[in-house]
Design a binder for this molecule. Structure first.
Ligand SMILES: *[C@@H]1O[C@H](CO)[C@@H](O)[C@H](O)[C@H]1NC(C)=O
Length: 355
């Protein structure tokens, strides 16, 4: 049945595109008209990819439209460069096949795309649980136990990770995961994150940076009106101790509420998650022009603000305005702790500033 319907549907989609272009000035590519079936079982990779390729090939604004329903989707990469602004409008839910990910790194990949918009209120269900039993740590003595600080137990699962990307907006999203909710890596610019709820997870991270020789600058990240609940880190910037020389600059963190977060505000330029690390030199990642404004909530550790910048390239122009934290669950006092930071502060500050 489904196959018989494909051709009339493609025909219809052309008509639909013509009408919607007239109606909204944006072209719509409905995955259903490319043969996608929302039964939660049929792998819809081909239909999604074909809709993507047609949308990507359009000038102006084009919309890959995913109507309500549950679509099973195997590992797939949506690649650019595209000719215009491409929107992934997701009313429906995308579901990964169970246990099919042992040999792939990414479930849904977006690469080489400028001006990507994702919205619509649908759900991404990676079916991650089906892979957890393959974690061999309980049998392997070399495995280090994960610090149990969040109620999550899904290892190494970033929510949204981006690199070599520009002009990305993420808003009104809830992300719960076992690793970073959002990670922003090398060669990114103009990233706008707002109204995101993160928890459980490891927070919102810029980096890690300075690990690979071909890395490029990160410039222009705004994180506003976000909530972090029960996360390991809040807002974090991290780089490795290496000679890789790039600049990470122009970041704004504003109106952020954190509840029971272990490291609410953190810059770590001595990042080494799995020691021993090959510490060649102080980090050569220059962090500068970072503003924290109206950041408040509760910290589960006594150090609510920690800035460990590079001895060789100290952090420059760090501006903090109205920072208000309390210790989660007790009346313990809080501290901030910093090294090699050049900054200024305004308004209320608790814990007291360390520069
Ligand atoms: C934080 O998360 C816990 C557990 O999911 C939930 O019960 C609580 O209401 C959340 N609190 C806030 C302030 O979002």
């Amino acid at each position: 049945m489904a196959h018989q319907n494909i051709f009339p549907c493609i025909f219809f989609s052309i008509l639909f595109c013509v009408f919607s272009t007239v109606a909204q000035g944006a072209r719509t590519f409905n995955v259903k008209y490319y043969g996608a079936v929302a039964n939660g079982r049929t792998d819809n990779r081909k239909a999604f990819l074909r809709a993507w390729m047609d949308a990507c090939d359009q000038k102006g604004v084009s919309i890959v439209y995913i109507p309500k329903g549950v679509y099973m989707l195997g590992s797939v990469e949506f690649a650019g460069p595209c000719r215009g602004v491409t929107m992934f409008f997701m009313k429906g839910d995308l579901r990964a096949p169970r246990g099919a990910f042992l040999n792939v790194e990414t479930w849904l990949g977006f690469r080489y795309v400028d001006n990507l918009i994702m919205k619509g209120g649908g759900t991404l269900d990676g079916q991650g649980q089906s892979a957890w039993p393959f974690n061999q740590c309980h049998k392997n003595n070399n495995c280090q136990t994960l610090p149990i600080v969040t109620p999550d137990y899904s290892p190494n699962t970033d929510g949204i990770k981006m690199g070599s990307s520009s002009n990305i907006r993420i808003s009104y999203s809830k992300i719960s995961t076992g690793d970073d909710c959002i990670a922003i890596l090398s060669d990114t610019s103009n990233i706008d994150i707002s109204n995101v709820y993160c928890g459980p997870g490891h927070g919102i991270s810029i980096g890690s940076l300075g690990k690979y020789t071909n890395e490029k600058n990160v410039n222009g990240v705004s994180v506003r009106k976000c909530t972090l609940n029960g996360t390991d880190n809040g807002i974090r910037i991290k780089s490795w101790e290496s000679p890789i020389s790039i600049t990470a600059s122009n970041f704004l963190f504003q109106d952020i509420f954190m509840y029971n977060v272990r490291n609410p505000i953190i810059i770590d330029q001595t990042y080494c998650p799995h020691p021993p690390c090959n510490r060649q030199t102080a980090s050569h990642v220059q962090i500068q022009d970072v503003t924290y404004r109206n950041i408040f909530g509760t910290s589960s550790s006594e150090i609510a603000v920690s800035m460990q910048c590079s001895k060789k390239f100290p952090c420059k122009n760090i501006v903090m305005t109205d920072i208000k934290f309390g210790h989660h669950g007790t009346k313990k006092s809080l501290k901030s702790y910093c090294s090699y930071v050049n900054g200024r502060f305004f308004g209320r500050q608790y814990p007291p500033p360390c520069f």
